[in-house]
Ligand binder design. Sequence first.
Ligand code: ZN
Length: 54
Amino acid sequence: MSSFYRVQCGCGNTLTLYSNSTKQVSCPKCGSVVAKPAGGHVKLVSGRILEASK
Ligand SMILES: [Zn+2]
């Protein structure tokens, strides 16, 4: 029951982000931190959500 997001980084790369991720997520292309864990869910810190799935 983990949902996920398609997120576009500021560099234009897109990546998949799981809402229940407990790890910091970095963009594999530019290395920017895209999301951080926050109390059992993930918080987007840069970029934008293109699509959210359930
Ligand atoms: Zn990037």
